[in-house]
Design a protein around this ligand. Structure first.
Ligand code: FE
Length: 238
């Protein structure tokens, strides 16, 4: 089954993401000081309406998760980065430059959480779910043996991430892998690893809709909202 996506879903290549954030920063800073211009990261637009993922994820969940949590990381990063060499730098560059640097942990955590959340919203789609197709399906089958085994591995990563974090499908040296990262950590910082899809398993991602039932959230997302077309776009960069 071919998944569907909005035109905006198909546009999140590395180049357009950087360009979009840079452009948004310029708009955000209109009329501001030079320092403000350099510091301004902007909250990327959601690729669908806040109620478009219901009933798997309610509009209330998106209003808090996107409108409070994601926005909060943007605002905090702008405060932390102001007046530093990271102000005005492309988000991916900030994430990679601060990864593993204890003295830059706060900037890394907020920058990586912006990137992870933007990637998460694009990993979901109102008409998502189903299975991958084309060369991505071939790679998934070669790596896992079947699409169902891939989904099971992604589910396992999501359910065994202790505490807050993320489950991912990534491409790593020709293999598709299911991995997990704690807190704000992201495969983006791992050389040669290309993120394909992610599922946020912080409690704020599912608690309003599923309370403590992370397994129900993960199952519903994988079966009904996972955006395989976005994964295919990312896989094309490998
Ligand atoms: Fe989150």
């Amino acid at each position: 089954m071919q998944t569907t996506s909005t035109p905006r879903d198909t546009q999140l290549t590395r180049r357009t993401f950087v360009a979009a954030t840079a452009g948004a920063a310029a708009v955000f800073s209109a009329g501001g000081t030079r320092a403000a211009e350099q510091a301004a990261e902007a909250l990327p637009e959601l690729p669908y309406a806040q109620d478009a993922l219901a009933p798997v994820l309610s509009a209330q969940t998106l209003s808090f998760h996107y409108g409070k949590h994601h926005l909060g990381y943007v605002n905090t990063l702008n405060k932390l980065a102001a007046g530093t060499p990271f102000a005005g730098k492309p988000l991916e560059e900030v994430v990679k430059a601060t990864a593993g640097q204890a003295s830059q942990a706060a900037i890394f955590n907020n920058a990586a959480q912006i990137w992870n959340h933007t990637f998460y919203w694009r990993s979901l789609a109102p008409a998502g779910g189903g299975v991958p197709s084309g060369v991505l399906a071939d790679a998934v089958n070669a790596s896992f043996g079947s699409i169902d085994a891939c989904k099971a591995a992604l589910t396992e990563a999501a359910l065994t991430q202790f505490g807050s974090g993320w489950a991912w499908l990534v491409a790593d040296k020709g293999q598709i892998k299911a991995v997990k990262t704690p807190n704000a950590e992201t495969p983006l910082t791992q050389p040669g690893v290309i993120p394909l899809l992610t599922i946020d398993v912080w409690e704020h991602a599912y608690y309003l809709d599923y309370q403590n039932r992370r397994a129900d959230y993960v199952k519903a997302v994988i079966e009904q909202r996972l955006n395989w077309a976005f994964a295919a776009q990312n896989f094309a960069r490998v």
